[in-house]
Design a protein. Structure first.
Length: 768
């Protein structure tokens, strides 16, 4: 077979794959459609719910004689030294190549949501922190480094980014999202995809689609999103990451929308994704998602029926291990219950991607010969920069910050002295390491307490934990209050513990009933405030928490969303003034813990009014964040303007740093549509630009607004641009408008296709 056409790299990939498929048996084709999770535990506390029921027994040596589609998480299952792990993966690939007739290796995939989820790999800030940075270029650079580390160990596919738009911050996986605005999620997500793909790693968009819109913010709960919410909020980030990022894989979501599970929805996975959007990559199942069609959704009566439904919908690969696409599928095809053409369709897509990756030509990363450093100095520098850019100064009304270098500082709180306080649930130490307490963490993670003592060596720093993250014990309050009373300022470090399926206060399966701080932390904060000593609240969390209870009573409020291994120095850099805070909120911060769900994307009836006693206005709005310097905005003059429904308009603003230190301003552009044929969000983000400015320095930003950016889904399901009045609002947040430009769209209503403009072009002139 060494001279077979499929072996010839000079031939087009399609021709090679067609020749290969014609030579394969049914069993060999189906073997390309599933992964195997070697070493996965089906017992103990560390397994996911239903994992035991969803894992079939198999004989590895016999199984791989038919070939293998994917290898699941060789590094992300247990602590393994990077060099030894890469060697073991290479040996596994050699066995797969030697066992099958065609010698085709598997695609190796790993999680990489906040960095490569492997022992000893850099733990970057979580995606919610990426959103807070409003810095796509930096996120792209981070993803490029993550991709290079994946490839160095023999990994081909990364299961990231998450492009779910936050609809209810009580949902446990908010920390994995980029924010509550589809434009922010799409632009940051596309940047991550570009970085990962530039390293030769297949980026996997998840969770397609609607997962974050679950009823009551419960994990895997049904979704009741309407047609327009789905089209105008849920889907745009995925479309942007495909068109602007070039992602080569999509992960089907667990949820069902209006009674139809995503994993069995051909309208979503085939008609929209492939026919309308022209996607040509692979669709993979979320872990056990195909089996869930039988066990959770009950739209299939057996694993074979689940396989048929998923294949027909358009899922090409069953992850993480075989349950439905193995023997049940083969038997169903033999019995005539599943058309073999569905198997061939999926196998063709898988093999085309393997051809792209060089796996048909022996390019499968042989054993490494040198040291593999997954936490290099360059990685850590990137992690530090992103952490620093993502810290949000919510309030500093009396100038308590920056802290004096020789102050007496009482550090209090359950997150101050715990390294895991910096990490989200998909960072290796939180995701896997907690189940191996005998193994060192593998990376250095300075705590806030350690970092503050290093940051301010002349300060007198004392510490009291006060309470646990989620426990009811208040016996530590007395010591905490005593330390605060002796100090010039108290730094209260509160927040979340990331975990999985109820083992944390944030993370997958860690949904909450309201947005009150976990455990007795709110009571601890009350006790500290009652001392009369200025209290600086530092939040290390995976979601926003209600802070109205303390509004006007705190010296300052600093928000960091799980800022990663360099988060301690980043946060304390803001406290000391070494770092000028520049993060902006990717999610709104509410006044009160109830009254959710709420995001800033609300039509008029979702805003505060006189017919309800419940005011949903956030305490801190989407896009909000303060600085230690000041900025002046000088918009170009513009009167009443008219453009066509296919026209564009340039909106220019000059921003000057009027303070005495360097800082960054985030210029945000929002659209307000006063009258439309369906209700519209009062405002929505359509562009933004991060500006780094020295004292006295200015930059001119021009946003090229195109009428396509005003489009929405009308009553008939078409995406249209309607004639009429619009407002373009230059703002420092969704609630802090600095200048409004009014324009009128003239001409006929336009119906847009998939070639519509997704981005607002932005130009930054040389500093003036």
């Amino acid at each position: 077979m060494t001279t077979a056409p499929w072996r010839d790299p000079a031939l087009p990939a399609a021709a090679r794959v067609d020749d290969l498929l014609a030579r394969m048996t049914l069993e060999e084709k189906t073997a390309q459609l599933y992964g195997v999770w070697v070493g996965a535990d089906t017992d103990g506390d560390g397994v996911a719910p239903l994992q035991r029921e969803m894992t079939s027994e198999y004989d590895w040596d016999e199984l791989i004689t038919q070939g293998l589609g994917q290898l699941t998480r060789s590094f992300g299952t247990a602590p393994v030294d990077p060099e030894l792990g890469a060697q073991a993966l290479a040996r596994a690939q050699r066995r797969i190549v030697a066992a099958g007739r065609f010698g085709i290796p598997a695609v190796a995939h790993e999680e990489c949501l906040a960095g490569f989820t492997a022992w000893g790999a850099t733990a970057y800030p979580v995606p919610l922190a990426w959103g807070a940075s409003f810095d796509p270029a930096l996120v792209e650079e981070m993803a490029r480094h993550i991709g290079a580390d994946l490839r160095a160990t023999g990994v081909h596919q990364g299961l990231a980014p998450v492009l779910d738009v936050v609809r209810d911050p009580r949902w446990g996986r908010v920390e994995e999202t980029i924010g509550e605005d589809p434009y922010l999620v799409g632009t940051i997500g596309a940047a991550y995809v570009r970085g990962l793909e530039s390293a030769g790693v297949v980026a996997t968009l998840k969770h397609f689609a609607g997962y974050a819109s679950s009823v009551g913010a419960r994990n895997l709960a049904p979704v009741r999103a309407g047609v327009r919410e789905f089209a105008d909020v849920t889907l745009p980030p995925f479309e942007m990451a495909l068109r602007e990022g070039g992602a080569r894989s999509v992960m089907a979501a667990y949820n069902e929308t209006d009674g139809v599970p995503a994993s069995a929805d051909p309208a979503l996975l085939t008609q929209l994704l492939r026919e309308d959007w022209q996607f040509t990559g692979t669709v993979v199942a979320d872990y056990f998602g195909i089996g869930f069609l039988e066990t959770l959704h009950r739209v299939a009566g057996s694993p074979a029926e689940a396989a048929r439904a998923a294949l027909a919908a358009g899922i090409d690969v069953e992850l993480p291990t075989l349950k439905c696409y193995g023997k049940p599928l083969v038997e169903a095809v033999r019995a005539g219950d599943v058309p073999e053409s569905l198997v061939e369709r999926a196998a063709r897509r898988v093999l085309l991607q393997k051809c792209e990756l060089g796996l048909l030509d022996g390019d499968w990363a042989p054993e490494p010969t040198g040291r593999i450093d997954l936490d290099s100095a360059a990685n850590r520098a990137l992690a530090r920069q992103l952490a620093e850019e993502s810290v949000v100064l919510l309030d500093n009304p009396d100038g308590v910050l920056p802290l004096p270098p020789d102050a007496r500082i009482a550090v209090v709180g359950p997150r101050a002295a715990d390294a895991l306080a910096m990490l989200g649930c998909y960072s290796f130490p939180s995701h896997v390491g907690v189940h191996h307490p005998e193994v060192p963490m593998g990376i250095e993670i300075p705590t806030v307490l350690e970092s503050l003592r290093a940051e301010l060596p002349d300060a007198k720093v004392t510490f009291a934990e006060g309470c646990d993250v989620s426990g009811p014990d208040t016996t530590g309050f007395e010591e905490a209050v005593a330390r605060a009373s002796e100090a010039d300022v108290c730094v209260a470090v509160l927040g979340d513990r990331a975990g999985l399926f109820g083992r944390g206060t944030s993370g997958e399966g860690c949904d909450v009933a309201d947005l009150q701080l976990p455990g007795v932390q709110a009571d601890l904060l009350d006790a500290l405030v009652s001392t009369g000593v200025p209290v600086v609240l530092v939040l290390l969390t995976g979601r926003p928490y209600a802070l109205g209870r303390w509004h006007g009573r705190l010296g300052a409020v600093v928000q960091a969303f799980f800022p990663g291994e360099e988060g301690g120095p980043a946060v304390t850099g803001v406290l000391s003034g070494r770092v000028n805070p520049s993060g902006r909120l990717p999610v709104s911060v509410p006044h009160m813990p109830g009254g959710q769900p709420w995001t800033y994307l609300q039509p008029p009836l979702g805003l505060a009014d006189e017919v309800s006693s419940l005011d949903p206005t956030p305490l801190y709005a989407f896009g909000h964040g303060r600085s230690y310097t000041t900025f002046a905005w000088e918009p170009a003059e513009s009167g009443e303007l008219e453009i066509g429904t296919d026209g564009s308009h340039d909106l220019t603003v000059t921003v000057r740093n009027t303070g005495d230190r360097a800082g960054a301003e985030i210029v945000q552009l929002y659209l307000h549509d006063p009258v439309a044929s369906v209700t519209r969000p009062d405002v929505r983000l359509i562009a933004y630009q991060r500006l780094e400015l020295a004292p006295g320095e200015a930059s001119r930003v021009t946003f090229r607004f195109h009428a396509d950016l005003s489009a929405f889904t009308d009553r008939s399901g078409r995406r249209v641009v309607e004639p009429g009045a619009l407002e373009l609002r230059l703002a420092a947040s969704s609630a802090d408008v600095r200048h409004t430009a009014r324009l009128t769209l003239r001409g006929p209503e336009r119906v847009l296709g998939t070639d519509r403009r997704l981005l607002c072009e932005t130009e930054v002139r040389a500093r003036v």
